[in-house]
Design a protein around this ligand. Structure first.
Ligand SMILES: [Zn+2]
Length: 476
């Protein structure tokens, strides 16, 4: 009878992905399908009144099914809280997304508990009570959430609710990432709804290019990099090698590469492994300083069947594409701290990519004041994050509440950006007959990205393009 869409996150922002489809039938019954349950991060949190991660905008117990696009925290980070607040339905994902969520959400729970304890201590020191009385969720909330996961492979349709069929296609964004295609039968018609999740790039990397998908009536499309066209991408090996040589060889400094534990870290290791196999990598220790990245690398190894065919073929010659002489995977905090007092140059890859949490903050605090060192950003940093501040050329930043001078070089390498640029997004949607698409919703972007992508898409023949505001309801 009616189908509506309401975005409760990633509407005018890049984080907090949450889109609610409500299908009401003639008999009065309603099925509620939530697409993603992501956490707000960075500016979306600082600029909001109150913590937006503590208010869903809907009743978790009223949701029938949750469908995940991929494991990144801005798409999955509130799943434990959704379940703790009463959601009991199935959570659909690809098998790789489920496995990655298991480690990502456990890690996120630790961060929530740690941050809460930190805020509590600071508030008490100042003689105040903390703003919140408990962490967003705890480690104990993760297992009940993981128990609700059900999986289906790419291109394997599955019925997820009466009259609603789900099919996933690969978007090549991170391991297991998928576009969500729902065929929704409301008793009068079948509406084809596609939610792109995050779309990967058409460059030569571990994962395949984004897959084509069947004709949709409605498309909910991400817009993260909708305002930019990447220059022709320099060969990744040559560019990464240039940064290593400049910082570690010529200046004798440390190269800090803040990177998402999932996706970027493995792509970086794969490039370094290739350079090492070819004998081009200088003999410099490489530390992967992130227990989460180590677990994620194990999962990526396990799913090598999802790699591009030519990368799978490389496995015959080199069975481990993420390990080479000189690399050390650092699990213990003690070993991580030892790196601070090392005198010789080294490369460290540590999370988080936007530099908001994780061990990378210790390395940055330690290394930023020395001009010999370098920071190499390899991905998108949301406005308001430490990564964004550094890329904008800040001369001083605050880390753990203390001012830190920035004298180290700060560079960006776009090859590892996991998001399609404007041209690539239009190329991705090129498999569609634009005239048959009734409506496009642009989400997961800041204002100028959304507007720039809208303009480009109108040029590509898409007609009705909406940019939802948070909480705005559309009848489909
Ligand atoms: Zn993502």
């Amino acid at each position: 009878m009616s189908i509506t869409l309401t975005s409760h996150g990633a509407a005018g922002t890049v984080t907090g992905s949450k889109h609610l489809l409500e299908v009401t039938r003639t008999d009065g019954s309603t099925t509620r399908v939530l697409l993603d349950c992501g956490m707000f991060q960075g500016e979306a949190v600082y600029k909001a009144k109150g913590d937006p991660n503590r208010r869903f905008g809907f009743e978790p117990k009223d949701i029938d099914v949750l469908v995940m696009s991929h494991a990144h925290i801005d798409h999955s980070g509130l799943v434990p809280r959704l379940v703790a607040e009463g959601f009991t339905g199935p959570i659909w994902s690809t098998p790789a997304t489920r496995d990655l969520c298991a480690i990502m959400l456990a890690d996120s729970a630790h961060i929530q508990e740690y941050d809460f304890a930190f805020d509590l201590k600071r508030a008490r020191k100042r003689g105040r009570e903390p703003e919140e009385l408990e962490p967003l969720y705890t480690v104990d909330d993760v297992q009940p959430a993981m128990a609700l996961f059900q999986t289906t492979e790419y291109a394997q349709p599955v019925t997820i609710a009466p009259g609603i069929t789900l099919t996933y296609t690969d978007t090549g964004h991170i391991l297991g990432s998928a576009a969500v295609h729902l065929a929704i039968d409301d008793g009068e018609r079948v509406l084809q709804v596609t939610f792109t999740g995050d779309v990967g790039r058409y460059v030569d990397r571990l994962l395949p290019q984004p897959a084509v998908f069947r004709q949709a009536d409605v498309i909910i499309c991400e817009s993260t990099d909708g305002d930019r066209d990447y220059a022709d991408i320099a060969e990744a090996e040559a560019e990464l090698l240039r940064h290593v040589e400049e910082v570690c060889v010529q200046r004798g400094g440390r190269l800090i590469i803040p990177a998402f534990s999932i996706g970027k870290t493995q792509e970086l290791l794969y490039t370094l492994n290739t350079l090492s196999n070819e004998g081009r990598l200088p003999r410099i220790p490489v530390f992967v300083d992130s227990p989460l990245a180590i677990s994620a690398t194990d999962i990526v190894r396990h799913y090598s069947k999802l790699f591009k065919p030519d990368v799978q073929a490389e496995l015959a010659k080199d069975p481990d594409l993420f390990n080479f002489p000189g690399v050390e995977f650092v699990r213990s905090p003690d070993r991580s701290k030892q790196l601070n007092s090392m005198k010789k140059p080294f490369i460290v890859i540590a999370a988080s990519g936007m530099m908001e949490a994780g061990r990378v903050r210790h390395h940055l605090r330690n290394c930023l004041p020395d001009p010999a060192n370098g920071v190499l950003a390899v991905g998108f940093c949301a406005p308001g994050t430490l990564g964004d501040e550094l890329l904008r050329g800040a001369k001083e930043v605050r880390i753990f509440g203390d001012p830190v001078a920035v004298n180290a070089s700060v560079d960006k390498m776009e090859f590892y950006s996991a998001h399609a640029d404007r041209g690539e997004l239009v190329r991705y949607l090129g498999c569609q007959d634009a005239a048959k698409v009734k409506r496009v919703f642009l989400v997961h972007g800041v204002d100028h990205s959304l507007l720039a992508l809208k303009e480009r898409m109108m040029g590509a023949g898409f007609r009705d393009i909406a940019i939802p505001r948070k909480g705005e309801r559309f009848v489909l």
